[in-house]
Design a protein around this ligand. Structure first.
Ligand code: PYC
Length: 304
């Protein structure tokens, strides 16, 4: 299996170029469902330790449905197949340039939630135009053991988020363990309330005069996103727009918990949501051939 690893603002992406399972043809959403239902061993073998790493998001290249797209992709982490991935799309675009498969300019990438746009400004800098994003529920309050009542918005940005602003804990790198535990507890409480969110965002205040805040994002595999989370930023843009807190076309800078940043803006979507624009940078780190030795006791990854 041939892979190329990159990181986007510190968050790893592993593009799988060959050797993945045959998911057949048809809509990418159906192929993503087949991946989740029939290939759990493959998912853990590639994304989880020892072959993968904590926070790894894999990008399985597939034939696009839309012939206008440069590639089709299905994203997954060690726990879940994702609808979309913002940092992964930036990493994928930079990887495709590294391979000479695309040149700087404008391209489209097919995903299970629909085609997204990418503009490659140079070998590292990419703007992703995401799928239409929207707020689904404003001001949902859940009772969280150890935290008490926590109020947030449920919003869609290619994945489903529960966004808590302000965060119940300081959004500071020194608090990553506590934020992770709080995120897991909040997600369980939101699930118990009937909302199947896959990510939780705790939003904290700006860290400098030029940014709009720092966020902690808990992913389905219980790792925190080292990047500002492209789909999470999309969901947040939808909430800011719905609240009238950010005007169309106004650019803001969003920091991740480790201090990496994206530039963000939105324009109106065709069905009342927002079309997010996310600009960030990725760097290729490794090209590798993964080996699956039948004698390896952890061939399929360390079990969860
Ligand atoms: O950037 O959208 C994102 C993302 C999702 C999970 C990890 N990163």
């Amino acid at each position: 299996m041939h892979v190329i690893d990159s990181h986007t603002g510190g968050e790893p992406t592993r593009v799988i170029l060959s050797g993945g399972p045959d998911l057949g043809s048809g809509p990418l959403a159906d192929r993503a469902r087949r991946l989740a239902e029939d290939h759990a061993d493959f998912i853990r073998a590639v994304a989880a330790e020892p072959r993968g790493q904590v926070a790894m998001v894999c990008a399985l290249l597939v034939e696009p449905v839309d012939p206008g797209c440069a590639a089709g992709v299905i994203y997954f982490d060690a726990a879940e197949v994702l609808g979309m991935c913002g940092h992964g799309t930036i990493g994928l675009a930079v990887t495709l340039v590294h391979m000479g498969r695309i040149a700087p300019g404008t391209h489209r990438i097919d995903t299970p939630v629909g085609p997204v746009g990418v503009v490659l400004h140079d070998a590292h800098t990419v703007t992703v135009t995401n799928v239409e994003s929207r707020r689904i529920t404003a001001g949902l309050t859940v009772d969280v053991p150890g935290l008490g009542p926590v109020t947030g918005d449920v919003a869609y940005g290619g994945n489903l988020f529960f966004i808590v602003d302000p965060s119940p804990l300081p959004v500071d790198p020194a608090n990553i363990r506590a934020l992770t535990d709080a995120g897991i507890a909040v997600r369980a409480a939101v699930h118990a309330a009937g909302s199947p969110v896959d990510h939780v965002i705790f939003h904290g205040p700006a860290v400098s005069e030029t940014d709009h805040g720092r966020s902690f994002v808990l992913c389905p595999d219980d790792a925190y996103d080292r990047s500002p989370c492209g789909t999470g930023c999309s969901a947040r843009l939808a909430c800011l727009a719905a609240d009238g807190k950010l005007a169309e076309g106004t650019e803001i800078v969003q920091h991740s918990i480790i201090g990496s940043s994206y530039r963000l803006s939105w324009r109106p979507g065709p069905t009342g949501g927002v079309i997010p624009s996310i600009t960030g940078q990725a760097h290729v780190m490794a090209e590798a051939t993964l080996i699956f030795d039948p004698a390896d006791p952890f061939r399929d990854g360390i079990p969860a």
